[in-house]
Design a protein around this ligand. Structure first.
Ligand code: AMP
Ligand code: ZN
Length: 468
């Protein structure tokens, strides 16, 4: 499997630090509003990377934070006259709903910056002890950028060029040793959330949060660190400087970055008014379509969002879903069980699409080509099946389409809400089965209901049920 590493600017063979395991950190959103469809791109893309790694047999420890202390959160809290925590908790809950709609798996762990302050104080103290950081008179703690010799290795920036860009920017009140130095800890302002520290009552800088959360939940050395390309500089560059200066080890082996999402070929921004939240999109489209649309492009390419492209994605996804449904329908009505020789040969032939799918995904997660392989498989299934096909052949083909879709995070069949009367009917059937001592069927019905989240309870007054 090859992955493009921003650090080396090359596609490299993926070799995990520990055999069979992947430690992966993805920078999560700042939670001061509903997430927008730009924020959704890294979520969908890196969830697909995770799913593919899991398909390949890796045990993936996937950590993604919520940045829940930030100027924008504080500003929103002041506007609404509520606490910053109320804002961040509200939008974390909303973000999780959107993630579910997009079928983004919950991370192994979603740490919150505000719950990890202790680790941040520890890392900042170590950096001061090692001479990589210093407190200024007002209690701000800065990272001594020039002291970290490899600064710029991720963004491929040169320190002197950066310095030239900074020369005229002298912010009043700052007493940095060098204009390149960046903030690790800053003093509180009136009305802002703050924590005690050896330097001043204040709060952490954004970059230190991720260095600390990644270290706590994944260790000092990780396999993959990822996020949108705007994070390469300064966020990830600064994370590398902090973590490597503190731990004395290479921080992440592979750095993956997704390209930006634009709207109607223009940068998406609030001021241009071309700005969509995931929630707004969900009012018009099933979020599965948004996911399918995003995976239709390579994750590193810029991606343009427009109504026409969403319509095209909808049609494409329908083609796959219809193909799968057709197979299911045929299987239900098929009269023959097992594959005949001809079908066995065709099944063997369809292995070709697995090869195509895997080759595409192994080439730096080329989901666009992987989707083409799914289309080819659906076309193959449409041409080679009919009323005379065996259940085995139809189910095999359906299973393979389902497997591909699962890796892409596309749900083929929406679970339909089971109606109360259907539940009552099944319970009556279960009672009848028990009377006839057909316990196998009775158990089957119980599990069937459990799958739908219906829990049965046998009481003296009869069977009671509830939705779990
Ligand atoms: P933020 O909440 O701004 O820290 O962003 C959370 C994640 O969304 C980061 O990985 C960003 O790089 C990513 N992101 C923000 N805007 C876009 C966009 N328009 N296209 C793609 N990714 C984006
Ligand atoms: Zn981060």
């Amino acid at each position: 499997m090859k992955v493009y590493n921003t650090l080396s600017r090359k596609k490299e063979e993926f070799v995990p630090l520990e055999e069979g395991k992947v430690k992966m950190y993805v920078c999560g959103p700042t939670v001061y509003n509903f997430i927008h469809i730009g924020n959704a791109r890294p979520m969908i893309v890196f969830d697909t990377v995770r799913r593919y790694m899991e398909y390949k047999g890796y045990d993936v420890n996937f950590v993604s934070n919520f940045t829940d202390v930030d100027d924008k959160i504080i500003k929103k809290a002041i506007e609404e006259g509520v606490s910053a925590q109320e804002i961040s908790q509200r939008y974390i809950a909303e973000c999780k709903k959107d993630m579910e709609g997009m079928n983004v798996k919950p991370a192994t762990c979603h740490p919150l910056a505000t719950e990890e302050i202790e680790g941040m104080l520890e890392m900042i103290s170590t950096l001061i002890d090692k001479g990589y950081a210093y407190p200024a008179k007002d209690g701000t703690v800065y990272f001594r950028t020039r002291k970290f010799k490899e600064y710029g290795k991720l963004s491929h920036k040169n320190l002197d060029d950066l310095q030239a860009g900074h020369r005229d920017i002298k912010v009043a009140g700052e007493d940095k040793e060098d204009s390149l130095d960046f903030v690790l800890w800053k003093p509180k302002k009136e009305g802002e959330p703050y924590w005690e520290s050896p330097w001043c009552q204040g709060r952490p800088g954004w970059h230190i949060e991720c260095s600390v959360m990644s270290k706590k939940y994944l260790g000092e050395e990780i396999d993959i660190h990822a996020g949108g390309e705007d994070l390469i500089f300064p966020h990830h560059e600064n994370e590398i400087a902090q973590s490597e200066a503190c731990n004395g080890k290479a921080f992440a082996k592979y750095w993956l970055h997704n390209g930006f999402l634009n709207i109607d070929n223009k940068k998406m921004s609030k001021s241009l008014g071309n700005f969509f939240t995931v929630r707004e999109i969900s009012e018009k489209y099933d979020l599965q379509i948004l996911r399918f649309f995003m995976l239709g492009a390579h994750y590193r390419s810029p991606l343009n969002f427009s109504a026409e492209l969403m319509e095209a994605a909808k049609n494409g996804l329908d083609r796959i879903k219809n193909g799968a449904q057709n197979l299911q329908f045929l299987a239900k009505n098929s009269k023959s069980s097992n594959m005949d020789e001809n079908e066995a040969a065709l099944w063997q032939q369809s292995q070709e699409f697995v090869g195509k799918f895997e080759d595409a995904m192994d080439d730096d997660f080329n989901t666009a080509d992987a989707i083409s392989a799914v289309f080819e498989l659906v076309r193959f299934a449409n041409t080679n099946t009919g009323e005379g096909s065996s259940k085995e052949f139809l189910n095999n083909l359906h299973g393979r389409i389902g497997l591909f879709c699962d890796i892409l995070g596309i749900v083929l069949e929406q679970k339909e809400e089971i109606l109360d009367e259907e539940i009552e009917g099944l319970i009556a059937e279960r009672q009848a089965a028990r009377k006839e001592k057909n316990f196998a069927r009775a158990d089957e019905i119980r599990s069937l209901l459990l799958e739908q989240g219906i829990v049965l309870e046998d009481t003296r007054e009869g069977v009671k049920w509830k939705r779990a």
